[in-house]
Design a protein around this ligand. Structure first.
Ligand code: AVJ
Ligand code: FE
Length: 468
């Protein structure tokens, strides 16, 4: 073979272009063999289980069984649901094994049969039985993994379904952390504080030049259906904030009458504000002069330079209008996070294709809060945009929908049933999200009124003609 042209060379790293589909074994910017993929799977599954244990061993049984908020399941439901999904997809589907428990158990843990508010009334497994069950599933899964070839069948190709289950457990790890945040009572979780912001001021915004970029992926072996396929999108030049909106910024909005001035609000948001009495982010309280917040059971002053969190889409949208800006669209956000202006290809993360590390992003519940803006120099994009990955999920202006050529896989209930105007997309992951379930293409979604999630935002604005 002759010397590769630039486009052929792109085949050997895990970038996406619309022309090339790569082999299925590309993770961490390199090609892994089957044993290495299996090591990766064991590592990702174990890290997820450690997280599940930390979040569920911190509380007494009575607190695991109780519902702490109508918005959330009792933690004991999440616990057995994690194991049940693992059993259904890995042991029964991939492994062809018989059910571990009576088959009536499956429907208890089917999210579509019982809304969260109804789950405490179900005859759920108690905490000890749930732990025993998920432990038994996991032991069998490790045995199954050793015997399963990771090629020849789409579900297991490149380890996909094992990766899907690790992502699922970690998504519930984030949901369970949100339940901890909603819970009233003595603090039970702790973690070291995040790094400080580097000294030196960043510019407020940067210009992202106009032009096409490749959105989504056809090559990441563990990408979920809603991230696929890769497709070209034309994005006009726009300005994007270099960092997420901070608590200090948001306090300026409140002090300027942000919650009282109807023109800044989407009409449905204004209606919602009046119905429920929105006046500040969730978990904030005003104490005479100062704003305080409750964070995992502790009341503390609000750090000025930390990204604002626990705001709903309507609050983010109103802030942006007050600031004379708007929320970025989903393609704008992803272009800022993935487009490499040098090669023109799309990468996995703002810093390139290498996996997230503690120097690049605040992920994985290593710290139980976002880091101050500017704290992750090592995670900046080539244009100098910071903290796109980790810290807080960022609301975009976009509704959740399928990309051109979308095909639900392996089940419609992961994403397709949520497509439509009722849900808004969030990007980039939070401090509560694990790296296995966070990348430049990863899409989260929720109702525009939700704010128990670890959500923040940054603003964008159109470039003037001739600017980009
Ligand atoms: C992608 C976070 C919206 O929690 O509803 C967990 C993830 N799907 N189990 C959710 C999920 C099935 C999902 N989100
Ligand atoms: Fe689930």
């Amino acid at each position: 073979m002759s010397k590769p042209t630039p486009n052929e060379a792109a085949l050997w790293d895990s970038t996406d272009t619309d022309r090339h589909a790569l082999g299925p074994e590309e993770l961490d910017g390199g090609i892994l063999d089957e044993d290495q993929i299996k090591e990766r799977i064991v590592d990702d599954l174990s890290r997820a289980r450690t997280r599940t244990q930390v979040l569920t061993q911190a509380l007494r049984d009575s607190e695991l069984i109780r519902q702490h908020s109508q918005l959330m399941s009792p933690l004991v439901w999440d616990l057995a649901h994690i194991g049940n999904q693992e059993e259904l997809w890995l042991l029964r589907d991939v492994g062809g094994r018989e059910p571990i428990l009576p088959e009536t158990v499956d429907q208890l843990y089917d999210a579509f049969q019982h809304p969260r508010a109804d789950r405490p009334a179900l005859p759920l497994l108690d905490p000890a039985s749930s732990r025993k069950y998920i432990g038994e599933v996991r032991t069998k899964v490790i045995d199954l993994l050793e015997r399963t070839p990771l090629h020849g069948r789409r579900l297991t190709e490149g380890g996909f379904v094992f990766g899907m289950i690790a992502q699922h457990e970690q998504q519930h790890g984030e949901t369970m952390l949100a339940t901890h945040q909603l819970r009233e009572g003595e603090p039970v979780l702790s973690a070291p504080p995040p790094p400080l912001a580097a000294s030196g001021r960043l510019p407020a915004e940067v210009l992202v030049p106009g032009g096409p970029f490749t959105m989504g992926t056809s090559v990441h072996p563990w990408a979920l259906d809603n991230e696929r396929p890769a497709h070209q999108v034309m994005v006009d030049a726009f300005w994007l904030d270099t960092v997420p909106v901070s608590n200090a910024d948001y306090q300026d909005f409140i002090a300027d009458g942000g919650y009282q001035h109807r023109p800044w609000w989407d009409p449905a948001g204004w209606q919602h504000l009046q119905n429920v009495g929105l006046a500040a982010p969730l978990f904030w309280q005003h104490n005479g002069r100062d704003w305080l917040r409750r964070r995992f059971g502790r009341v503390e002053p609000i750090p000025a330079d930390e990204p604002v969190m626990h705001v709903c889409w309507y609050e983010a949208d109103a802030y942006a209008r007050w600031a004379g800006k708007r929320l970025p669209t989903e393609p704008e956000w992803e272009k800022a996070a993935r487009h490499d202006p040098v090669t023109g290809s799309s990468r996995q993360y703002p810093w390139g294709d290498a996996d997230p590390t503690p120097e690049r992003a605040n992920l994985g519940q290593d710290h139980l809060q976002p880091a101050p803006v500017g704290a992750y120099q090592g995670g900046a994009s080539p244009l100098g945009i910071h903290q796109l990955i980790g810290d807080v999920w960022e609301w975009t202006s976009s509704d959740f929908s399928g990309y051109p050529g979308f095909a639900a896989w392996p089940y419609r209930e992961y994403s397709e049933v949520f497509f439509g105007p009722e849900y808004k997309v969030l990007r980039g992951g939070s401090f509560a999200a694990d790296r296995v379930a966070c990348r430049g293409t990863f899409r989260n979604w929720d109702y525009p009124i939700r704010r128990q999630i670890f959500s923040g935002f940054r603003c964008a604005r159109d470039a003037a003609p001739g600017e980009g």
